[in-house]
Design a protein around this ligand. Structure first.
Ligand code: AR6
Length: 189
């Protein structure tokens, strides 16, 4: 099963665990539009990173769609985390798939990658955005995540390393299955 694939000189890797332990340049947060924290991975990131992250989020001006509407992403510092930045990306709430959820999820990944490139990040860790409280089906979310990241890396050749960090062995297995056919040129290490 594929745990890593190469794309345009970059690598996509799969890991199981807690994303707050990642020492990548950036950690992506599955946030909500208020950017004021919540449960799931968002709660874990704010707890581990400390209050500096929420303080910085609070200074981001809120528009009609909140500080960060679904599909968008904003970068802040990472407080006490081992990363340099947290990139807060907001996924769609799953409402059956007829409300543009797939396109919004792809936008969230693309915009998070754009923020990472702007901040010169060589490595970025993603959780499975929208697959928890927002109920996006894991299989379809994994396909969108893998395809969007792969296309971005093929075109931009950055960031050099993208990790997908899955909380459960079951979710990791879904990603492994989806990455497998994309692994035409697996790394040798
Ligand atoms: N490390 C890696 N993955 C995790 C972790 C962790 N520490 N904790 C949870 N996951 P969710 P969403 C996985 O609910 O669906 C929040 O309240 C989890 O198993 O965190 O985008 C926000 O404030 C799941 O696969 O995010 C928003 O209101 C994935 O992370 C809302 O939830 C995403 O689950 C966002 O919902």
């Amino acid at each position: 099963m594929a745990r890593a694939i190469r794309v345009g000189g970059c690598v996509i890797r799969l890991l199981q665990g807690d994303i707050t332990a990642c020492r990548t340049d950036a950690i992506v947060n599955a946030a909500n539009s208020t950017l004021m924290g919540g449960g799931g991975v968002d709660g874990a990131i704010h707890r581990a990173g400390g209050p500096a992250i929420a303080e910085e989020c609070a200074r981001i001006p809120a528009g009609p769609g909140g500080r960060c509407p679904p599909g968008r992403a904003v970068a802040t510092g990472a407080g006490k985390l081992g990363a340099r930045f947290v990139i807060h990306a907001v996924g769609p709430v799953w409402r059956g798939g007829g409300e543009g959820e797939e396109a919004i999820l792809a936008d969230a990944y693309r915009n998070a990658l754009l923020r990472a490139v702007e901040k010169d990040c060589a490595s970025v860790a993603f959780p499975a955005i929208a697959t928890g409280a927002y109920r996006f089906p894991m299989e379809s979310a994994a396909r969108i995540a893998a395809a969007t990241v792969k296309n971005f890396l093929a075109e931009r050749r950055a960031p050099r390393e993208v990790l997908f960090v899955l909380f459960s062995a079951e979710d990791l297995a879904v990603y492994e299955r989806i990455l497998e056919p994309l692994a035409q040129n697996p790394p040798t290490e």
